[in-house]
Write a protein that binds this ligand. Structure first.
Ligand code: HEM
Length: 452
């Protein structure tokens, strides 16, 4: 891995040790922001536990992370609190199913998301970005909230790729409903967090009033699509997908729950990832210049296509580094399934374990000059980072199924935008990462966009 040049951009973030907090102030800070109050130890040590009973154990050591996410993943489930929070949205979909039910759905859906088929979706990504550019042009460009714009764009993309032919639907209405479903999850999260995991086992989840209309819409859409020849989008892949071992496909309920889940998982995460990446590019002139050079060299005047998208290597490096600096999934969480030894600690069943991806990505022992933005860390000529020190998409059997989709989508969107507009970032002091369901810029991201 390359050494980082001292003149590199150091983006806004709570840096370890920049605040000397007492334990109670720290606890208060950690309940409002899961990254703000993290002590220096989390950026340096293997494990850390807040000095209060019943608090989660944080693990940063790559070997311990591998044990939890891969080697002994079945002994570290996501837990009852997670299911209770997510069930009103995800129903019985992939994210919440366990054991054989999960395996069978995961294998069936993996076929629809295999990395090799993602380049073929490039025209969908480019057309949706061009529609966003037309919207901006129609209003004379100028100042806008980049986060809101990226939400609208990624929502358009997910609808186009997942449910093509759904042109007649009222996208804004559906997006608002889905936003409301999200907001309900955040509310549930706060109200459920006060009790330990065991309390939540077997308890009913509060339902969201926004779920039923969305489910009805998807159910009608699936019925309509079963009646017409396949169009080759993700919904067709999911309808025809079968687990290669059992030959079982997805039931209608599973299809609905998974489509809803993919919209939710793919919409919020990718829109914040794009916002942060574009912010970093706009703030770092040398990176922007290299990107433009790559885009001109590889694409000339042509749009990004399935043939040339693989050539945009530096764009991929920039996205990878942005996902290290501002990982949308900033914290993964699991529960200890049975009393056991873990490293040199004895843990009880039900103990919560958190993997602070945010801090793992910023440990100096793994990343020289860890807070600096340097896409050359991901130069294909340099050794790749250890699997368990870089995990924007998680790791192990539950690794993000949409990772290749998201990377291809972001590459196409960024290359299309860079070759047509210039983005001026907001003043540094107005940018701050906030921990909601994803790592989001607080108050949005007010930028100025001009045509080139
Ligand atoms: C930059 C964008 C994205 C990021 C950072 C991201 C991150 C993640 C992470 C960290 C996990 C693992 C969670 C855990 O282990 O607890 C995950 C799981 C998942 N993601 Fe993504 N994701 C992104 C985009 C997408 C997209 C576009 C889709 C679908 C279209 C998607 C669908 C899923 C699903 C279904 C799972 C659950 C997989 C399972 O439990 O088997 N994600 N994602």
């Amino acid at each position: 891995m390359k050494n980082v040049n001292a003149a590199r951009l150091v983006p806004p973030a709570p840096y370890p040790g920049s605040k000397d907090l007492g334990p109670f102030t720290r606890l208060a800070r950690m309940t409002t922001s899961q990254i703000d109050g993290l002590p220096k130890d989390v950026y340096e040590l293997d494990t850390w536990c807040p000095p209060f009973p019943g608090m989660p154990l944080l693990i940063m050591d790559p070997d311990l992370i591998k044990t939890v996410l891969l080697d002994e993943a079945e002994d570290f489930p996501q837990g009852a609190l997670f299911s209770r929070i997510m069930k009103p949205v995800w129903g019985e979909g992939l994210l919440l199913s366990q054991g054989d039910a999960w395996k069978s759905q995961r294998r069936a859906a993996a076929i629809a998301f295999r990395a090799g088929s993602m380049a073929a979706l490039t025209p969908f990504f480019v057309q949706a970005t061009e529609r966003a550019l037309q919207r901006w042009q129609a209003r004379g460009f100028g100042q806008m909230d980049l986060l809101e714009e990226m939400k609208r764009l990624t929502f358009d993309i997910i609808i186009d790729t997942m449910l093509s032919g759904a042109e007649e639907i009222d996208r804004d209405a559906l997006r608002i409903r889905i936003g409301a479903l999200f907001a309900d999850i955040s509310k549930l999260k706060l109200s459920y967090l006060v009790r330990g995991d065991a309390y939540h086992a077997g308890r009913r989840s509060q339902t969201s009033v926004h779920r039923a209309p969305v489910v009805l819409f998807l159910s009608n859409l699936i019925n309509a699509r079963r009646a017409v020849p396949p169009r080759g989008d993700l919904l067709d892949h999911l309808i025809s997908a079968e687990d290669p071992d059992s030959g079982r496909g997805l039931s209608d309920d599973q299809l609905i729950d998974n489509i809803l889940g993919f919209i939710l998982a793919g919409y919020e995460t990718t829109s914040v990832a794009l916002t942060w990446t574009l912010y970093l590019i706009a703030s770092d002139a040398p990176t922007r210049a290299r990107l433009l050079e790559e885009v001109h060299l590889q694409l000339g005047q042509a749009p990004v296509s399935k043939e040339n998208i693989g050539e945009l290597r530096f764009t991929g490096q920039v996205i990878s580094e942005a996902l290290r600096i501002y990982p949308p999934a900033f914290m993964l969480t699991r529960i200890v399934g049975r009393d056991r030894m873990f490293g040199d600690r004895r843990l009880k069943a039900g103990q919560r374990i958190n993997i602070p991806i945010w801090a793992v990505h910023r440990q100096a022992r793994n990343w020289p000059d860890p807070h600096a933005f340097d896409p050359d860390r991901f130069d294909p000529e340099s050794p790749a980072p250890d699997r368990y020190t870089y995990m924007p998409f998680g790791a192990g059997p539950r690794i993000c199924i949409g990772a290749a989709f998201a990377m291809t989508e972001m590459t196409a969107v960024i290359a299309t935008l860079l070759s047509t507009v210039e983005i001026t970032p907001p003043p540094r002091q107005s940018v701050w990462p906030e921990t909601g369901l994803a790592l989001t810029p607080r108050g949005g991201m007010s930028v100025t966009i001009r045509p080139l």
